[in-house]
Write a protein that binds this ligand. Structure first.
Ligand SMILES: Nc1ncnc2c1ncn2[C@@H]1O[C@H](COP(=O)(O)OP(=O)(O)OP(=O)(O)O)[C@@H](O)[C@H]1O
Length: 332
């Protein structure tokens, strides 16, 4: 029989403090970033049945915690060696993406922040200030002909490209997702297309290796055409849909973003544009920016408010009437 797991006095004390904080701040959940397994039942008892999220770098650490006996959610991070801030952030992102936490929630985090392997730190984290990661639910209002899962995959990839760039240099590009046959009627190759000749499996964005390859190709001029199933149909494309007179996008956005607006007005596709100058990701639908994601804190705002539109002037008034800090629209 396996020896009972040790529930250290220090962890017990930290649980007591976490509970006090959780109650004082009325948080949604207590997040434990675990360095080693513990006596899970003792842990649950120490937080007095409050909602818990257990995150760790490997499934072995969480062994026994997720067998259904405990009322908690578990998250495996696979990020050993990463700084604690990044591991905590990833745990929170995963918890939101999996609907364990709401995007505006507050949590108390319990973790080893100072001495390796010793649970010595507590933080109160307000998610909407800390991060604004897209969840499938956030993208659902875009609905339409592009499955939300595909859209999320492309938007996540775009956010990574905008945030990371390539070899220290910023990278901008454009993804046009869905209705690919119709979209291709408005596309012309800008030169050599690196995805040409590969099987659809070898071009599927569901494959992490393909996504890494796409980050390389993103350094080239032109746009990616992506099917609604998430297969890259073509790259290095010049996108040119007929101009629509009532399209108005923010000053300072150039040809790439106009192309994104116009192709989504001409087709049912959704365009995801990454600005090379700022790393900002904008999602276009039907000629409008419907979502903007900033690269650093990845805070998101619905619709585009960063400056008055270039054209036509009467739109300036219409946009100025909209609230500046509209909360993210979800169907929660
Ligand atoms: N119609 C288009 N189709 C595909 N790619 C385009 C199109 N127009 C411009 N691009 C790409 O966008 C790049 C940047 O162009 P431009 O600076 O005018 O766009 P932008 O909207 O201001 O974007 P950024 O914020 O990245 O500069 C071009 O070098 C080209 O690679």
């Amino acid at each position: 029989m396996a020896a009972p797991r040790r529930f250290s006095d220090q962890l017990r004390t930290m649980c007591g403090l976490a509970v006090q904080l959780a109650d004082a701040k009325q948080v949604e959940s207590i997040l434990f970033l675990m360095e080693r397994p513990t006596d899970w039942e003792a842990l649950a008892a120490a937080v007095g049945g409050r909602s818990m999220i257990l995150a760790a770098d490997s499934a072995e650490i969480l062994d026994g915690a997720d067998d259904g006996a405990l009322d908690c959610d578990t998250i495996v991070l696979n990020m050993s060696g990463a700084p604690v801030y990044e591991r905590l952030t990833e745990a929170l992102l995963e918890a939101v993406a999996d609907d364990h936490l709401t995007p505006g929630a507050s949590v108390v985090a319990v973790y080893s922040g100072f001495e390796d392997g010793v649970t010595d730190s507590l933080s109160v984290i307000h998610l909407d200030e800390h991060l604004g990661r897209l969840t499938v639910r956030d993208l659902r209002p875009l609905g339409g002909r592009v499955p939300t899962e595909t859209l999320k995959m492309v938007v996540d990839l775009a956010v990574e490209i905008g945030r990371e760039g390539r070899e220290g240099k910023p990278v901008g590009t454009l993804f046009v997702v869905g209705e690919h046959r119709k979209v291709q009627e408005f596309c012309k190759p800008m030169g050599f297309d690196p995805v040409k000749g590969y099987t659809s499996q070898e071009r599927s964005l569901t494959d992490a290796k393909v996504r890494e390859g796409i980050k390389e190709i993103a350094q080239m001029d032109g746009a990616f055409v992506v099917s609604s199933k998430g297969v890259v149909i073509a790259s290095a494309q010049h996108v040119s849909a007929p101009p629509a007179p009532d399209i108005a996008i923010s000053k300072g956005l150039g040809a790439r973003h106009w192309a994104a607006a116009e192709i989504t007005r001409a087709t049912g596709a959704i365009a995801v544009a990454i600005s090379s100058s700022s790393g900002t990701v904008r999602v276009f639908q039907n000629g409008d920016v419907v979502l903007r994601i900033e690269p650093l804190r990845r805070a998101m705002t619905w619709r585009d408010f960063d400056s008055e539109p270039a054209l036509p002037p009467e739109k300036t008034v219409e946009r100025a009437k909209k609230p500046i800090d509209s909360p993210p629209v979800t169907d929660a």
